[in-house]
Design a protein around this ligand. Structure first.
Ligand SMILES: [Ca+2]
Ligand SMILES: [Ca+2]
Length: 355
């Protein structure tokens, strides 16, 4: 009897212990669950933020498309110039473009666009084209302006032409497969058009200082104690990988204008002086951009010279590089795009990638 009652007393005891164990493990489970939920929530919020930043960047690219498209609808401005809104200028007086800002709030974030037309540069693929009437000369003038001296200058010019031409015949100072295949980290020459200007860094003779100029990234280690040679200008100040091939006299620098045969330093400065208006500064309210290439006659270009440069110069641009910076709750993201404008309603995105 005693034994039985002992057993009967023992059963609820065990049950209680089991219940308590279950509760403890449930509580532990719930705790883990709550913690993982918290992590998930943070992750979801982060992912939402990432997505929002991505869309802010994409909105920036769309906004840039809209701006350069709208600019082309304005009949009173049959040109592209630095005082216009897309270029960061105040906008031509009474232009409807004045109401737009390059920085815009959207939702909880904002984006800022910076637009640079590539018709302000010489097209590197024209320069590297053996058939282009003034391409080689443009490379030579640019390297001279950069203070690159011979023999480096000859090596670089020939090597750029070899890089782009389809054949594998090395020119006098150039480089083809036999050169690149024997480098410590070998690669093949392009033998085709340059898609990205940084490809120049792969070409024989071109140094990072020549490409980046004063913005050259600091190289660590391997220093010989010698300061790398600095250049007053860089290849990026002269060339772009894509454009119509015409140089826009309303946006090009005086140095780029001098790549055109027949335009010396004095004429190039005159072009800048005229378009910059009375204050002498490009991109301000008093600018007077050229409305057509024939207007160069007003600053001493002869009729023959105008006929010759007409094939190389324009007052309009069609290729626009866009940098977008989006910001959301203190976090930033950048996106890069290249636009091609065929008309006001046809602005295509040629390149678009995150940075
Ligand atoms: Ca070649
Ligand atoms: Ca001005």
């Amino acid at each position: 009897m005693n034994v039985v009652s002992h057993k009967q007393n023992q059963k609820p005891g065990i049950a209680l212990i089991i219940v308590m164990l279950v509760i403890v493990s449930l509580a532990a489970l719930a705790g883990t669950f709550a913690a993982s939920m918290k992590v998930e929530t943070v992750l979801v919020r982060q992912a939402d933020g990432d997505r929002e930043l991505e869309w802010l960047c994409r909105s920036g690219v769309e906004f840039a498309r809209f701006l350069v498209g709208q600019q082309a609808t304005i009949a009173l401005e049959p040109y592209d110039s630095l005082n216009q809104r897309w270029a960061g200028g105040p906008g031509v007086t009474n232009s409807p473009m004045q109401s737009f800002s390059l920085t815009n709030q959207l939702g909880n974030g904002s984006f800022t666009v910076r637009i640079v037309d590539w018709e302000r540069f010489f097209n590197i693929n024209s320069a590297a084209d053996r058939k282009h009437p003034t391409g080689r000369q443009a490379l030579e003038i640019a390297l001279t302006q950069m203070e690159v001296e011979n023999p480096d200058k000859n090596i670089i010019v020939d090597s750029i032409l070899d890089w782009r031409d389809a054949d594998s015949d090395s020119s006098l100072n150039g480089a083809e497969m036999d050169y690149y295949a024997n480098l410590s980290k070998p690669y093949l020459p392009k033998n085709g058009p340059i898609d990205d200007l940084s490809e120049l860094l792969l070409i024989r003779g071109v140094t990072p200082e020549m490409y980046w100029g004063t913005n050259a990234p600091v190289t660590l280690g391997g220093s010989t104690g010698e300061e790398p040679k600095g250049y007053p200008m860089s290849l990026r100040d002269f060339f772009a990988p894509m454009s119509t091939g015409y140089i826009n006299i309303n946006t090009a620098s005086d140095k780029v204008l001098q790549l055109i045969p027949g335009i010396d330093a004095a004429l190039a400065i005159s072009i800048l002086r005229v378009r910059a208006g009375p204050d002498g500064v490009d991109g301000t309210g008093d600018d007077t951009p050229f409305r057509n290439v024939a207007e160069l006659a007003t600053i001493g270009f002869g009729r023959e010279t105008i006929e010759r440069v007409r094939r190389l110069l324009s007052v309009k641009s069609a290729t626009f590089a866009v940098e977008v910076e989006a910001e959301l709750e203190g976090r930033k993201r950048r996106m890069h795009a290249v636009l091609h404008r065929s008309s006001a309603t046809d602005v295509k995105i040629l390149v678009n990638h995150r940075q």
